[in-house]
Design a protein. Sequence first.
Length: 428
Amino acid sequence: MSILIKNIKLVPMDGKNELIESTNIYIVDNKIMHIGEIREDLHVEKIIDGNNKIAMPGLINAHTHIGMSLLRNFADDLPLHDWLTKKIWPTEAKLNADDIYWGSLLSMVEMIQGGTTAFCDMYFFMDEVGKGLEESGMRGVLTRGLIEDDQAQIKLNETRELFKNWHSRGNGRIKVMVAPHAPYTCSPDFLKESFKLAKELNTGIHIHLSETKKEVDDSSKLYGKSPIKHVYDLGLLDTHTIAAHCVHVDDNDIEIMREKNVYPVNNPGSNLKLASGFAPVDKMLKRGISVALGTDGSSSNNNLNMFEEINLAAIINKAVNLDAVSVPAISALEMATINGAKALNWDKEIGSIKLGKKADLILIDIDKPHLYPHHNIVSSLAYSVQASDVDTVIVDGKIIMENREIKTLDVEKIKFMAEKHAKDLIRR
Ligand SMILES: N[C@@H](CCSC[C@H]1O[C@@H](n2cnc3c(=O)[nH]cnc32)[C@H](O)[C@@H]1O)C(=O)O
Ligand SMILES: [Zn+2]
């Protein structure tokens, strides 16, 4: 498919131009072929009018648990430990493959409608998420969350099978990594086994680190060191590492993250709602660490709205640091695009709109009262845009939403089935 997006304002996130006032984007097959003047020599099958629209890279949700949409607004107003142990884990034990299939599709509908084109998921029954990814046309990293219990070896084998069956599928839109859940749910030996599997598969690690003060205090008591120093000493950081949260980290932890090129994922909505705290995003960015952005699951947020996370990242850090220049709009947008691509080890292909990169981009309709006047477009993306302003979503060169109509999924059926499965789950 060849597409021309005409007369568009472009926020390329390429590190050079914050905004190109008016240009034309040619997409051929699944790549960005040309950005600039109209090319008579390029044949196009589809022309999109870019008037009153902004093009930017698709948003990347670098940490989530998309099957948890079935548990949205199910367990609220609890701190992480109680939330997990008293409500979430007992209910998750009753989930089946079908539940995860419909819950994941519901999350994919929400993500597409909010301009998310790629995500990194950590859950179980991950084949169901793979099926959803193939159907939806989104891009994603599948990781089977590994909480050590009497099924630990089975879960490790599930990860090996997941990699064999899904890595690189969907025309390269799907990847698989290894996900030891956290240092407080995995013994040192199991963490090392997970790392060994990641090295065997030549893939990365996806892990929760230093989310709460309790986690860090318990780690100090048990191991005499922070969670980050603990996994560093175990050698876990010697492979590509996506570290969700990194809230309670000290300067030594940040130095380790810089030295080992760890990709922390800031989940401001989840950290606020679970009263986990405020990650030192500005400090990590200033140390050259590519902090990415995520929503965590929609049961601890309670949505998957990445424009909301961009806004939170841009305003929380200003208040926390008492510095109005902290995490400016462009930095918050980088967290949700190019830094997310780096975290998913995909930045050669996605995360910015550049020649030769994959055509993962979104068009935002700025002909809305809450987006006038059109002063600073980059500011509007961090301080005014709403998820519902996303008009068109293109992934791998394929239009998966146009004029807010999703082309690849049956939204009404998904809403019905997700509701049915969620209600059945609670009755089980
Ligand atoms: N309970 C299943 C699935 C584990 S996947 C990932 C796990 O992370 C849990 N989770 C969701 N959000 C968070 C978070 O913010 N911190 C830690 N764990 C979380 C989620 O509920 C799920 O249990 C099993 O043991 O096989
Ligand atoms: Zn999480």
